[in-house]
Ligand binder design. Structure first.
Ligand code: NAP
Length: 259
């Protein structure tokens, strides 16, 4: 399918690895020029070089912490005018609800709520003025189905979801759509780190922890970054202009619900 976005320009934050990288790759395959970002320059440059050499698109890379105002300024200067924004950042650490301090909550809110909001505030006015734009926020299945030990994530992402629900309806009339993609477990470094935590707590090895987790998913496996990226690229396509303010779960059927 031609996604109709060849030649568009996208900013994908936190995109040297994992789900962000999957989104960047699928957009590059659709002919979209990219600005990539991550903190670590080495993996970021490697990803940028691979996308440049595989697809006929321009790829810029900005090594910066997207959760800080300084990092966002650097990224936004390089990004300039973009048609597509995919927001992503690392997830907060797991823990016990009794242990989190105000500072822990502020860090989680900064990373997973206030950063995507700041990026939307910076880039959507230009999209609206030009009459076309796409925003996809990578959130989590925890928005629909809480993961108890990820309370910091549950809380911060619920805040972003509330913001998007209202704002998506305010900007849709100007040709700009905002939607959220909610990953269930996907085979990325984040999954390795979560499985390592479970393995440690249960005194088993990580492979066993991953097998047990996969067995709880109707699809019987973890998702892939490529599958996730393909959905993201579709939401950024010309075909998705009537999809507004949705929260789309990609979890292999893990959440047991009718609607
Ligand atoms: P990942 O494989 O660990 O990749 C994270 C990417 O984000 C890396 O490129 C990392 O590079 C970059 N990054 C992290 N913190 C950053 C920051 N402050 N500024 C800029 N770049 C940053 O993670 P993932 O699995 O793709 O997860 C992406 C998001 O989806 C996370 O918020 C995660 O919590 C959420 N999620 C993932 C899953 C899953 O199963 N994978 C499930 C639910 C939700 P650097 O470290 O070099 O910065």
């Amino acid at each position: 399918m031609d996604l109709g976005i060849k030649g568009r320009r996208a900013l994908v934050t936190a995109s040297s690895k994992g789900l962000g990288r999957g989104c960047a790759q699928a957009l590059a395959a659709a002919g979209v020029n990219l600005v990539l970002n991550a903190r670590g320059a080495e993996a970021l440059e490697a990803t940028a070089a691979e996308l440049r050499s595989t697809y006929d698109v321009q790829v810029a890379a900005v090594a910066a912490d997207i959760t800080t105002p300084e990092g966002r300024d650097l990224v936004l200067i390089e990004a300039g005018q973009v048609d597509i924004l995919v927001t992503n950042a690392g997830g907060p650490p797991p823990g016990m609800w009794t242990d989190w301090s105000r500072e822990d909550f502020i860090r989680a809110l900064d990373a997973n709520m206030l950063t995507p909001i700041a990026l939307m505030q910076a880039l959507m006015p230009g999209m609206m003025a030009r009459g076309w734009g796409r925003v996809v926020n990578i959130t989590s299945q925890s928005v629909k189905s809480p993961i108890a030990q990820l309370g910091l994530s549950n809380a911060a992402r619920a805040g972003l979801t509330g913001f998007v629900a209202g704002t998506a309806r305010q900007v849709a009339g100007k040709g700009v759509t905002i939607n959220n993609l909610l990953p269930g477990i996907h085979a990325t470094d984040r999954a390795i780190s979560l499985d390592t935590g479970v393995a440690k707590a249960q005194g088993i090895n990580r492979e066993v922890a991953a097998e047990r987790r996969a067995a709880t998913i109707p699809a019987g496996r973890y998702g892939t970054a490529a599958e996730f990226g393909a959905m993201c690229a579709f939401l950024c396509s010309t075909h998705a202009g009537f999809i507004v303010g949705q929260n789309i779960l990609l979890d292999g059927g893990a959440m047991n619900a009718t609607l």
